[in-house]
Ligand binder design. Structure first.
Ligand code: FES
Length: 128
């Protein structure tokens, strides 16, 4: 198990950042990976177009936990436009790589980030 993962992946798996739900989120999104059954929910708070708070709950494998943690770290403090440009390759690179059969796990983080932003747009459309 350990040999398959970079030190950064192991570290984020054992000590994930931004874990938890958020009651007063401005947007939230949930995605599931049908292949493995893992699922992820991301919550965001937005101020002046910037993600000021972000948290996640994941039901999944070690790589899903590490990639969710890293995806939220990459998104925190960025503008919505910047976050929409984050790719799974960015997440994998920030983690120092992922084994081939675990690459789909990073997709979950990126897709769910986009869903949370979509939800934020939906909830705030009437205010603009
Ligand atoms: Fe499917 Fe990790 S094994 S998200």
């Amino acid at each position: 198990f350990r040999e398959d993962y970079s030190d950064i992946v192991l570290e984020h798996f054992m000590c994930p950042r931004n874990v938890g739900s958020m009651n007063d989120a401005d947007g939230e999104g949930t995605c599931g990976e049908p292949g493995c059954g893992d699922s992820l929910t991301i919550y965001i708070k937005v101020q002046n177009n910037v993600i000021v708070e972000i948290s996640f709950l994941v039901f999944g494998c070690a790589a899903a936990i590490a990639t969710s943690s890293m995806a939220t770290e990459l998104a925190k403090g960025k503008t919505i436009e910047e976050v929409l440009k984050i790719t799974d390759e960015d997440v994998i690179e920030a983690l120092g790589g992922l084994p081939e059969h675990k690459k789909h796990c990073s997709n979950l983080g990126v897709q769910t980030l986009k869903k949370a932003i979509e939800d934020y747009y939906k909830k705030n459309a009437h205010k603009e």
